[in-house]
Design a protein around this ligand. Sequence first.
Ligand code: PRP
Length: 210
Amino acid sequence: MISDTAEPLSLALPKGRLMEDVGKFFKQKGLDFSFDNRKLVSYDKSGNLKIFLVKNSDLPTYVNHGIAGLGICGSDVLYESGYKFFNLMTFDFGGTSMCIAGMKGAKRTANERKLSVATKFTKFTSDYFHKQGIPVEIVKLNGSVELAPVLGLTPYIVDLVETGNTLKANNLEILEKLEDIKVHLVVNPAYYKLHYKSIKRIVSILKAKT
Ligand code: PRP
């Protein structure tokens, strides 16, 4: 048992495309787990980790409440949540870029007084442009953000770009990369104090060369 208290450490993982990379990475480190059909709670095979499968954008809420002590999440979602956690580790996989994009070849008018942007990342977008003194009008969407310029909701989007395939398929192009997004292992600060030793052990397993 890695845990100090004989209780497994609790870890929230995000549903979706990141999950596959996380599963492979943990398996390489000997922390093997799987989820039975539609189940959202599982244990790694050694019983050291109790793992919750949560919606990506809800993950910081679970960690903030200490329901999951640990969480693996992108810096985009962490920033958006506004919560502050300790960062234990930054992973090499799952990196993306936060970009502003618009229709390919569309004329940019130099006298646009306000940027009109559709995005899931309203806090990031607002903070980013306001820090530069650029007024921005934000339309909040929850997905398929690339549709906004195509249908004329807003000329611009701020969204994650990984392969660039979604932009390309919808005749959009990047105007500017705004920030690199990385995936982190974070911990609730109070949980860290309580389970310091066992968390250190898990982190050293995850950081060990394989
Ligand atoms: C994300 C992101 C882009 C897409 C970028 O969406 O918001 O839409 O992936 O990836 P690409 O550059 O590899 O094409 P996600 O798949 O999470 O779905 P969503 O539209 O529901 O947000």
